[in-house]
Write a protein that binds this ligand. Sequence first.
Ligand code: NAD
Length: 350
Amino acid sequence: MGVKVAVNGYGTIGKRIADAVLRVKDFELVGVAKYTVDYSALLAHRNGIRIFTPREKFAEFRNAGVEPEGTVEDLVDGADIVYDASPGKQGAKNKELYVRYNKPAVFQGGESPEVAGLSYSTLCNYEAAIGKKYVRVVSCNTTGMLRIICSIGTGQLDSVFAVIVRRASDPREDHRGPVSSIALDSSTIPSHHALDVKTVVGDVSIETVALVVPTTLMHMQVMNVKLKKPLSTDELAGLLRSSGRILVLDSTLLKIDSTGKIVELSRDANRPRYDIYENVVFSNMVKLAKEAFTLVQAIHQEAIVIPENLDVAYAMMNLETDPLKVVKKVNEALGIGALQGIIPSEAKAS
Ligand code: NAD
């Protein structure tokens, strides 16, 4: 029997956490809390996932052919750990429930850092989450930048500047815009992403500028990283590849030069929901010059935080103290690294 896991909120992130939990033998999915009757509730029910709902929604779910297994309180009560995957800022309100039932909880990046007290990204601060009751896994763009920053090591960094080209919405959120503009994501420099990075790694020098573009398929980031001492090309490549969480590919060799083509690669590789758990770094768009490098990477907003969500439970539930062992285990469970095994990182010199 594994650690009993509840997922409160079954939207973009919640459904992916639930499916990932089902793929790891150390965890057992008790069920998910669903708040509205829709196709995803029906599919989850058909796939054997136990659905819990607010009591006042029982009749609505029954009418749709889904027998609720109990209330949201029953779900939380029956779990060892809860993932809160509710809409941003709702998690802070839900925390009262987790406190009442004395359950550890993992919050998501849409919550303010204060909700958990610890903001988390595996390659940066796994050890800090060991035995913690409440942890917040930072959001998609922040996770993408932190994987680069912490693969290099904060001690090696002088400063970071990043431009984030952010997707407007997830594919099903077609009520959100912009429809045809390129919009500012924030009215200040830095965007909130730089502040969010600092919640995990402390006071590094980082500036971010974020723009929103009308697409649903991934974010792109341009990162310029200044180092305290030079790295060789091989050293940089080795650091980026060390965790398996960064997929390095040559866009010219593979003819993959856009987020749409990365998504198609993922579909062809039969990734569930075309989820891309890795940062996708274009090797031909990494330029190393003495004590600085610039890189371009794509980040799949719906999937990138899922490995970190699994990792953190190993720490919070005191299952493993070594982050490398956890990353290896979660990578194997989610198939992370398999693509890098068949895809060349760069073209061979002719
Ligand atoms: P979502 O809107 O897709 O899903 C939220 C789900 O929670 C919905 O199914 C909703 O019905 C349900 N819900 C409603 N009331 C609830 C309640 N009181 N308690 C629990 N659940 C409730 O949202 P999402 O995109 O999955 O985002 C969830 C969290 O993950 C947010 O903090 C968000 O910022 C963060 N996040 C989102 C992305 C992304 O790209 N979508 C990426 C990283 C992190």
